[in-house]
Ligand binder design. Structure first.
Ligand SMILES: [Ca+2]
Ligand SMILES: [Ca+2]
Ligand SMILES: [Zn+2]
Length: 529
């Protein structure tokens, strides 16, 4: 029997060192798969390139996906195989290029002589045949509309088939290929892996319900996922059960896809939202821009580890601690979770040193992005789960307009142990390194207030200079770019002011209203032109 023509196996190690012109003699280092060796003995590289270019021209290879890998300056182009306009099941080739030169090629390509592409059954009949073959009592739902495929049934035989995808609840999902002429089931496979990302639901600290990305396995559901089918990032939440010493940490688990009220629910759900915000609004792929796994440690408690939340550069993750002297449930605040996530973003961009002015800028951008995140997901207003200009209001067990940590609209309204939070450079509090690392959580409100003025509009109470608001989306974009693309680790306040101006200039031009209001907001907090 004649072998189907599989040009290259899925396991490949190919290095085509091509001259600049991409033609001529080739140096090939392939794996030793016999059919690959055979293929190479049959055709030269130039012939292969000509062949695939012609197939693309005929519509038999259609670009599916381009993945740009900026770390190594590579491009991976995925092409799906078609036969007379119908996709070939499993037919796909991936071309790998570095610096514009082909460095490898892998995948499966079928040599198809003749297949009747007129179905004899309609899709409804095919779906019925497939569902009957599964012998399930409860009704099945279609996961996707059924579609025609060419299915390679044996070495030299191809059939027209319907791909039918069905599911029942969360526990069953199956794909079938049904012969479009005879109705026989040619292929049937499960879409439930032993571990699969699924959507569950949980109750947050303030009794609100939220969706959760979970892993389902034979035991139940876990607040973790290595499956990137729902978000392109892995997520892991680890509950320390109120002690860091008893070795009882665990991934929150539920026998069903419903999680009871706990701040774990807030943390796990919010981190997914925050990932989405950074991607949708700033095109950023997670904390490190390369989908670093989102790690959160919850209910952390021990000496020096209470009444707080943190980003740990060492762990590359976040800590949400239990209350000791306060009643703060730090995981319950979307702004607090956004603040810690943003510390991670800073860690992978400007790396602002956590002391004095650079440290205050580090804290400021965390409060700024935290607030932009709140306004993206929540309606503006007073109360739990509303967007506002204060930080930490949702970590208190009861809502009050004075229960919060810092105030961006009116920093002076709240005091730390060093006095009222400053809103103007004249109020800058000079602290030694031993006090709040030189005032990082103290002087941060100066720039956070400038952000408020730019986003919302308002008047600085010290300078009495007014700023016209440009909206929180534009303001957040200007700040995000200034802090991630321009600032360096030891940036000072004046450098931050200039970076914001540069960022606004890049985005809107030096004669724009946006640039003008950034300028005005810097004057408002005490800079001089
Ligand atoms: Ca709020
Ligand atoms: Ca808030
Ligand atoms: Zn912080």
């Amino acid at each position: 029997m004649k072998k189907q023509l599989v040009l290259f196996s899925l396991v490949f190690l190919a290095v085509l060192a091509l001259p600049a012109a991409n033609v001529g003699p080739s140096l090939l280092y392939w794996d030793n798969a016999p059919h690959v060796q055979k293929m190479l003995s049959m055709q030269s590289l130039a012939e292969l390139r000509t062949f695939f270019a012609a197939e693309m021209g005929k519509g038999n290879l259609v670009l599916d996906m381009v993945q740009i890998d900026t770390i190594v300056n590579m491009e991976h182009r995925r092409y799906n195989q078609f036969y007379r306009g119908i996709p070939v099941f499993g037919g796909q080739l991936v071309f790998h290029e570095k610096n514009g030169r082909l460095t490898g090629l892998n995948g499966e390509y079928y040599s198809i002589n003749a297949v009747d592409i007129q179905p004899k059954l309609n899709s409804l009949e095919a779906e019925k045949r497939f569902m009957q073959s599964l012998y399930l009592q409860d009704p099945l739902e279609l996961t996707e509309p059924s579609a025609l495929y060419i299915y390679p049934i044996s070495d030299d035989e191809y059939r027209l088939a319907y791909r039918v995808m069905v599911h029942q609840g969360l526990g069953f999902a199956q794909t079938g290929l049904i012969d479009a002429a005879e109705g026989t089931v040619l292929l049937s496979f499960s879409n439930i892996k032993t571990e699969q990302a699924v959507i569950g639901v949980g109750t947050g600290f303030h009794d609100d319900q939220m969706k959760l990305v979970l892993t389902q396995d034979a035991d139940g559901y876990w607040m973790a996922t290595d499956d990137t089918s729902i978000r392109p990032v892995k997520q892991l939440t680890v509950d320390y059960n109120h002690s860091i010493y008893d070795n009882q940490s665990e991934v929150p688990f539920s026998p069903n896809d419903v999680f009871a009220r706990d701040t774990n629910v807030n943390v796990h759900a919010y981190l997914g939202w925050i990932y989405d915000y950074y991607y949708l609004k700033h095109g950023r792929h997670g904390i490190d821009n390369h989908n670093l796994r989102i790690l959160a440690l919850t209910h952390v408690f021990g000496p020096g580890l209470s009444d707080n939340a943190a980003w740990s550069s060492a762990l590359k993750g976040m800590l949400f601690m239990d209350p000791s002297n306060t009643q703060w449930q730090t995981g319950a605040g979307l702004d607090i979770v956004g603040h810690e996530f943003t510390h991670g973003v800073t860690d992978y961009t400007s790396k602002l040193v956590y002391q004095f002015q650079s440290g205050a800028l580090n804290e400021a951008i965390s409060d700024i992005m935290a607030t932009a995140i709140e306004f993206y997901f929540q309606p503006a207003g007073a109360g739990f789960n509303k967007a506002d200009w204060v930080i930490g209001e949702d970590i208190f067990p009861t809502y009050s307009s004075t229960n919060y940590m810092r105030n961006l609209a009116n920093p002076n309204a709240k005091s730390s142990s060093y006095g009222p939070y400053p809103c103007h450079l004249n109020q800058y509090i000079n602290l030694p390194i031993s006090s709040d690392y030189g005032g990082v959580h103290t002087n941060c409100t100066i720039f956070a207030h400038a952000f408020y003025l730019l986003a919302n509009g308002g008047t600085n109470p010290i300078s009495h200079k007014a700023v016209t608001g440009i909206g929180i989306d534009k303001a957040a974009q200007i700040y995000y770019r200034a802090f991630t693309h321009y600032l360096t680790s030891t940036a000072s306040f004046v450098q931050a002011a200039n970076a914001l101006l540069q960022s606004a200039k890049d985005l809107y031009g030096a004669s724009s209203a946006e640039y003008g209001q950034v300028f005005q907001s810097m004057l408002a907090i005490g800079f001089t032109a």
